[in-house]
Design a protein. Sequence first.
Length: 272
Amino acid sequence: MGKQFKGGRQSKGKPQRGDRDRELLYGRQPVREMLRAGRRRISEVFILSSVRSSEEIDEITATMEERNLKLSNASPEKLESLVGDVNHQGVVAEVYPYRYVSYKKMLSDAGQDKNAFFLFLDHLEDPQNVGSLLRTAEAAGVTGVVIPSHRAAGITPAVVRASAGAAEHMQIAQVPNLVSCIKLLQDKDRGVWFAGLDGGDGASLISETDLTGKIGIVVGSEGKGMRRLTRETCDYIVKLPMYGKVTSLNAGVAGAIAMFEVLRQRGLGEEK
């Protein structure tokens, strides 16, 4: 029997989307992590009237009620009218856009944290890759993530879903110029060293490169890799060992390996 929610109502029609400042997240884990992170303003959460009780559903419901936020029962047709024919798992949240942090916070973090660990994404466009990298970054204890504000995937609902909600917990800055931001972190007051993940001339095996101390990993875009100026600005160019017939991995997988190589060099089992 589906769980019934006190005070819920059956909404009619599609929410007003003339408000371009609102977007829709769906899926139990992304919505739960969004609520846990507490960084978004929430307009309304819709839960399927017939949904069965589960750990995620119960937590979403309890959190919404504790915060006195708008929680509504919805029919299958209502949820489909909101997000289409997707696996929404009975949960859709209408929220305001993701709140990026100021790049000044990254600079401050770098100055104060001897183990500062950054991830720079050089114009990645695939939401699946970006989401996968953010999920790994959160698991690996990355201090902050920096993405370009143009010609790159931002923190959209698709990215949040691909990250299983991990994006909601990350400190992410969106900047117009990655190279300038790398240089600011490289200066003597902050002392972050950058390793660009790429192949080609001058690349060293990542396992043979010192990634301890303050470090930034740069992952290039799908297909093209890092841009020339980004590559030239990095302190190291590193590559993964490849023994098979395939000559490359996708950005999400390669970046994940690089981030956990940083943890390996810092000492597995040690707290950051």
